[in-house]
Design a protein around this ligand. Sequence first.
Ligand SMILES: C[S@@+](CC[C@H](N)C(=O)[O-])C[C@H]1O[C@@H](n2cnc3c(N)ncnc32)[C@H](O)[C@@H]1O
Length: 377
Amino acid sequence: MSGHPVVSWKEAGETRSARWRSEGGAPPPRRVVIADDRMTADAAYRLACEGTAMLWRGDFQNARQLLQALARRTDRKPGKPASSPAEAFNLHRQAQSQRARTLGMLLLPFEGDHGVPLRRAPDVRQACAEAYGPGDGPYVASLRELLGLIGAHEWRRKGIEIPALGGRIHPHYGVFSPVRGEYVGLVAGAPLPASSQPLALAFDIGTGTGVLAAVLARRGVGRIVATDQDPRALACARENLARLGLAGQVEVVQADLFPAGRAPLVVCNPPWIPARPSSPIEHAIYDPESRMLRGFLSGLAAHLEPGGEGWLVLSDFAEHLGLRTRAELLAAIAAAGLKVVDRMEVRPHHPRASDAADPLHAARVAELTSLWRLAVG
Ligand SMILES: C[S@@+](CC[C@H](N)C(=O)[O-])C[C@H]1O[C@@H](n2cnc3c(N)ncnc32)[C@H](O)[C@@H]1O
């Protein structure tokens, strides 16, 4: 257990402790009480709001219902009004992390093989092993986190149909999922650089599930080198490419941004929002200080063959939130010695586009995703 965070509680007159797991990056709760089916939703909500966690010893399905009751109580709180889109975004993130903290107070015990020793508990061993790795001792984690792992396991099992591939992509836990796949269509439809047809080589920077590398391979690019830094993404991309029969065409390598050498086409879909991730699994969504975007732009010219193109996939959501301006993006492109050859756009489909109560509604309905075709200029 050494080296891992530990959570402690009093039970049957003695102090007990176990390893604490939180992929969401939550610290172990300091106060933990034992709770079971007799706990009312109001009492549980009061404890959760005070920061007291409840280690569940009752029926698993009752714990699920209790969590739903806590969520209803949390969602009843009115949000603070915001004076600007950037403030609305910050308040929205604060409210989300407060919600996550409150709902993360309902804890479950796990056995060494990831089994949950509670009445009517489902078999979650596979879902947990996919996110946590092989079981190596008992631990405690929140029910909310477990439900996230179960959801991720289902996505991984079923996969997501990608029309441009004529196949499915199976995202792993914590890996950026092409579930809103309009951007994939942009990469499938953009004209390949005319300088060297057929295209012998392309780089896919930050490959995630491997989806864009797979699309390029299906489009006939001879060889693709796909990079990522996240071990989960690397494993996920390798598995997807093998499943699609493209492992011989795509090499997946661990690298910070670019692999060595130059290619006639370099594709990158960096995280779209310049903000600090609040947990490790948010690294594919939030790019602090636009590190990946700026790194891609400033390194691109040195990795393009003469006449080659860089394809930057980026939504303007951050611009609508006031977190980045178009002028800043254009200045970064110019400062990297690049010119814009063309820009292709698609309007993403948002499940919440008609939800006017969503604090980010205006930014969501205005959002456009672009593929910027860049060349040395
Ligand atoms: C928004 S996701 C895009 C994933 C995939 N290309 C797609 O379009 O679905 C960004 C990816 O970049 C990876 N990444 C972030 N920083 C990186 C870096 N410095 N070098 C390589 N990959 C990085 C993340 O791990 C993540 O998988």
